[in-house]
Design a protein around this ligand. Structure first.
Ligand code: AP5
Length: 211
């Protein structure tokens, strides 16, 4: 199998980051995530203002800024899992010009479950590992299992911002899912199962489509 080119779709909190990490390890591919790239440059001054102004309000960052990040990352990768992009029709068109896709995974999760997952998420500021206070707690409360750093809550994982993010998602990204639904590459997965069960479905989908 050549290195798979995977797009992973789903609402905020659907488990895209969790499954992307496993995909990268299993297939030795790059994780291209607009969320992480924007967080790393959150306070960068651009002609559109800083990414932080949009992210902390739960809004989308302007397309030209995000498109530039994605194209630069895809040019460097053979196989990849693209996470957090495209989020609207204009980004769909931009991506279609930039690359082909072997598999489009859509993780389906209900809204109340999404709020619980995001408000309970804790992340490691040093190595990026992600936990949940209830569903996936670290061995010692508040401390990263992988590197021992203190865990933090993401600025946009407060309940108010989470609700705004979910509304932005409904307004913009559902049309993205409709765009890919019905294409040969599209696979819908029940994202409310345990992480291991979701992973079994994800791996089976990639193995069958990316031959
Ligand atoms: P981004 O970082 O992409 O955030 P998001 O899409 O809101 O997704 P998350 O990372 O929050 O969720 P996830 O699906 O990865 O869930 P995870 O695996 O961590 O974007 C942030 C912001 O950047 C946006 O709001 C926007 O402003 C901007 N931005 C990004 N891309 C952009 C673009 N293309 N255009 C414009 N602006 C853009 O899981 C969540 C929690 O649930 C974890 O605690 C985890 O442990 C737990 N969990 C995971 N799976 C399960 C399971 N199966 N069962 C139980 N718990 C689980």
């Amino acid at each position: 199998m050549s290195d798979p080119r995977i797009l992973i779709l789903g609402a905020p909190g659907a488990g895209k980051g969790t499954q992307s990490k496993r995909l990268c390890e299993a297939y030795d591919i790059e994780h291209v995530t607009t969320g992480d790239a924007l967080r790393a440059n959150k306070h960068m001054e651009t002609e559109y203002g800083t990414p932080a102004e949009y992210m902390d309000a739960g809004d989308l960052v302007p397309d030209p800024l995000v498109n530039e990040i994605v194209v630069a990352a895809l040019e460097e990768a053979d196989g990849f899992v693209l996470d957090g992009y495209p989020r609207n029709e204009s980004q769909v068109e931009f991506l279609a010009d930039a690359t082909d896709l072997d598999v489009v995974l859509y993780l389906d999760v209900s809204e109340e479950e999404l709020v619980d997952r995001l408000t309970g998420r804790r992340v490691c500021p040093e190595c990026g590992a992600s936990y949940h206070v209830e569903f996936n707690p670290p061995a010692e409360a508040g401390v990263c299992d992988e590197c021992g750093a203190d865990l933090v809550q993401r600025d946009d994982d407060t309940e108010e911002t989470v609700r705004d993010r979910l509304e932005t998602y409904r307004e913009n990204t559902e049309e993205v899912i409709d765009h890919y639904r019905g294409t040969d590459a599209f696979v819908e997965i029940d994202g409310e199962q345990t992480p291991d069960e979701v992973w079994a479905d994800v791996k089976a989908a990639v193995d069958s489509r990316a031959e």
